[in-house]
Write a protein that binds this ligand. Structure first.
Ligand code: FMN
Length: 222
């Protein structure tokens, strides 16, 4: 499965089968996480066979079941950390999808099991991504129309539209899709709207956009 196919097929999955993650997949995920940590200055960790985080009233209320594996998105409290967590977290989640795994970003419905992580000075756990072989593949979310999330005119290149379509397939907190893309002179800007975790969402949709535009070159506006 390519990363583009993974974007099409990925949906939030909250119920998982009682099956360990294949060793070859664990190795590929670990390698990807290490690279993301280096590139982003993060301390993301793969937590395997740890059922306690999702064994709580909150988790069951949030309809999670069988979650024993997750990705802990850990980093230092620095400027731009939320966006970085979103960007690199989604990179790992989409790799997982290409390996036949399912995922769900989780901000609220889990318990922080501190003994499961390694924290360096000044670090904190931002979110987790539940991971495993899903009972189902999930269902496609309802999306906003294209013109509600970007500005398009006669001069807008078609690759920009493809990038935004890819962003519309991204997971966002409570499916809020609070982002807006604009294009000007080879530069793309994206702004987060108001809402919970919209800065994390921004990183996620930026990663989707970069995949969606394929080989077309552009710069992110500051
Ligand atoms: C930053 C973020 C936080 C999320 N937090 C939760 C959560 O606490 N509980 C939950 O059940 N789903 C959570 N989700 C999953 C979203 O509800 C889901 O991604 C969204 O409804 C879109 O659906 P999709 O992932 O199937 O495309 C979160 C997603 C994101 C991106």
């Amino acid at each position: 499965m390519t990363i583009e196919e993974a974007i099409e097929l990925r949906h939030a999955v909250r119920s998982y089968r009682d099956e360990s993650i294949e060793q070859t997949s664990v190795k590929l995920l670990e390698e990807c996480i290490e690279q993301c940590n280096q590139d982003g200055g993060l301390h993301i960790q793969l937590i395997l066979n740890e059922p306690q985080a999702f064994d709580s009233f909150m988790a069951h209320y949030g309809k999670f079941s069988g979650v024993k594996n997750y990705i802990a998105l850990i980093g230092k409290k620095t400027k731009g950390i939320d966006e970085k967590i979103g960007y690199y977290g989604e990179k790992i989640a989409l790799l997982a999808q290409t390996l036949g795994l399912n995922t769900c970003w989780v901000a609220m419905s889990y318990k922080k099991v501190k003994t499961a992580f390694r924290f360096d000075e000044g670090e904190k756990l931002y979110l987790v991504i539940a991971l495993g072989y899903g009972v189902t593949q999930g269902v496609a979310h309802v999306s906003k129309p294209l013109d509600k999330v970007c500005a398009i005119d006669r001069d807008t290149p078609s690759w920009f539209v493809e990038g935004v379509k890819s962003a519309l397939l991204a997971p966002t907190a409570i499916n809020q899709q609070q982002f807006f893309f604009t294009y000007e002179n080879g530069c793309v800007a994206v702004k987060a709207g108001l809402g919970f975790y919209t800065k994390v969402d921004l990183g996620i949709v930026k990663y989707h956009f970069e995949i969606g535009v394929r080989d077309n070159q552009f710069k992110w506006a500051d």
